[in-house]
Design a protein around this ligand. Structure first.
Ligand code: TTP
Ligand code: MG
Length: 355
C-alpha cells in the first residue's frame, strides 16, 4: 500500500475562542461557556472554557456552580450555538478544499486524507501549516493539527501540543510517540477499560503494546485485539464522508422546576431548532428522535420514535418531539430538565453518492 498522509484538525477551546474573537474586552481573561451561568447559582454545566480558566481547574462537563467557586473572576457566558455552527461551517468549507477525502468529526474536528497530493512528510507539514494559516487569516481562530500515517496517530498528535500546535508523527516514529502516553489517549478506551488495564499494570500505551495479545483478547474479546493493534500505532480505517457522531443533542435545565406546559413546550421548540441547525451544519439526516425529561428529584425518562424515512426538516423534528413529550407528560409534576436528541444519522453527502 502506498504511504498515507492523514491530518486531524481540532479547533482550540472552540466555543470560548469564538466568544473572545468577537469581543476584544474578553482577551486575556478566563472565559467559561455553559448553560445558565448567572451568578454561580445556575444549574447548567460547563461546555468549555479557555486556557486561562482551565489553569484554574475548570473542565468541560463540570457543574457551572462548581466552576464559579474555583474561578470566580472568570467571565461566564451562555452558549451562542447559531454562531458556533456558522463558524464551524466556514472552517469545514476551508478544510474540505485541502483534502482528497474529508470526514467531519463533531463540531470542531475533522480528518483529512491528503495522500494523493503529497509526496513526503515535509510537504505534508507545509500543507498543514498552510491550512492553519488560512483558518487564522479567514476565521481569526487557531487550530491544532496532527499529521500521521493513519487516523489514530493523527488524532492523538493533534492533542499533543495545544493551542496552535502542529505535530507530525511519521510511521517510523509512531510507536515511540505513543509509548509514554497514558492508555486513555487511545480513542475507544473509556474509564472502565482504563481501570481494568490499570489493574493489570498497564498504564501507558507502551505497556499495552508489550502486553500478551492472547490475554488481552481473552479478557476484552475483539476489543482487546483492536486495542493491541492501536497501541502499536496500527489503524487501517479510511477517512470517509461518514457520520462521525452517533447523535446530536441539546438539553436545558429550567431556571426553576416547572409544570407549566407553555414554558416546557417553548423550551422544547427552541431545543428542536438548535438540534436541527447543528445537524444541518454537519450535513446530517436523522431518523430517530428522543425526548428526555428529568423531573424534580432527578427521576429521568426518555422516549424515542423512529421515523419511516431520513429527514433534516425542523417541522418533522418539532412534530415528533412534541408528540413524544405529550405522551409522557404527567400533569402537575414539576420538571427540572428537558432534552432533545436525534440519532440514526446518515451523511447527506453519502446519500448523494448513493442516489
Ligand atoms: P473539544 O474539541 O473537545 O474542546 P475545545 O475545542 O473546547 O478545547 P480543545 O482546545 O481542548 O480542543 O470540543 C469542542 C466544543 O464542543 C467545545 O468548544 C464545546 C463543546 N463541548 C461541550 O459542549 N461539552 C463537552 O463536554 C465538550 C468536551 C465539548
Ligand atoms: Mg477542540
Amino acid at each position: 500500500m502506498h504511504q498515507r498522509f492523514i491530518f486531524h484538525l481540532d479547533m482550540d477551546h472552540f466555543y470560548t475562542a469564538v466568544e473572545v474573537r468577537d469581543n476584544s474586552t474578553l482577551r486575556g481573561k478566563p472565559v467559561v461557556v455553559g448553560a445558565d451561568p448567572k451568578l454561580g447559582k445556575g444549574r447548567g454545566v460547563v461546555s468549555t472554557s479557555n486556557y486561562e480558566a482551565r489553569a484554574a481547574g475548570v473542565r468541560s462537563g463540570m457543574p457551572i456552580s462548581q466552576a464559579w467557586r474555583i474561578c470566580p473572576n472568570a467571565v461566564y457566558l451562555s452558549p451562542n450555538f447559531p454562531l458556533y455552527i456558522k463558524t464551524s461551517v466556514e472552517i469545514m468549507a476551508i478544510a474540505r478544499r485541502y483534502a482528497d477525502k474529508f470526514e467531519q468529526w463533531g463540531i470542531d474536528e475533522a480528518f483529512l486524507d491528503v495522500s494523493g497530493r503529497m509526496v513526503d512528510w515535509a510537504q505534508s507539514a507545509a500543507l498543514a501549516r498552510q491550512l492553519k494559516q488560512e483558518i487564522k487569516d479567514e476565521i481569526h481562530l487557531t487550530a491544532s493539527i496532527g499529521v500521521g500515517p493513519n487516523k489514530l496517530v493523527a488524532k492523538i498528535a493533534s492533542d499533543f501540543k495545544k493551542p496552535d500546535g502542529l505535530t507530525v508523527v511519521q510511521d517510523a516514529d509512531a510507536r515511540r510517540f505513543l509509548e509514554p502516553l497514558p492508555v486513555r489517549k487511545l480513542l475507544w478506551v473509556g474509564h472502565k477499560t482504563e481501570a481494568k488495564l490499570k489493574a493489570l499494570g498497564v498504564n501507558t500505551i507502551g505497556d499495552l503494546a508489550r502486553y500478551d495479545p492472547t490475554v488481552l483478547s481473552s479478557l476484552f474479546g475483539v476489543m482487546g485485539v483492536q486495542m493491541h493493534l492501536m497501541a502499536r500505532g496500527i489503524d487501517r480505517s479510511e477517512v470517509e464522508a461518514r457520520v462521525g457522531v452517533k447523535s446530536v443533542s441539546h438539553e436545558t435545565t429550567f431556571e426553576e422546576d416547572t409544570a407549566d406546559s407553555a414554558v416546557i413546550l417553548s423550551a422544547l421548540d427552541l431545543l428542536c431548532q438548535e438540534v436541527q441547525k447543528e445537524t444541518e451544519a454537519q450535513k446530517l439526516l436523522f431518523k430517530t428522535v428522543t425526548v428526555k425529561i428529568r423531573y424534580q428529584g432527578f427521576e429521568t425518562h426518555t422516549k424515542s420514535q423512529t421515523l419511516s424515512r431520513l429527514t433534516n426538516r425542523v417541522e418533522d423534528l418539532k412534530r415528533t418531539a412534541k408528540a413524544l413529550l405529550l405522551s409522557c407528560l404527567e400533569s402537575e409534576r414539576k420538571m427540572r430538565l428537558i432534552g432533545v436528541r436525534v440519532s440514526n444519522l446518515e451523511s447527506c453527502e453519502k446519500q448523494q453518492t448513493l442516489f
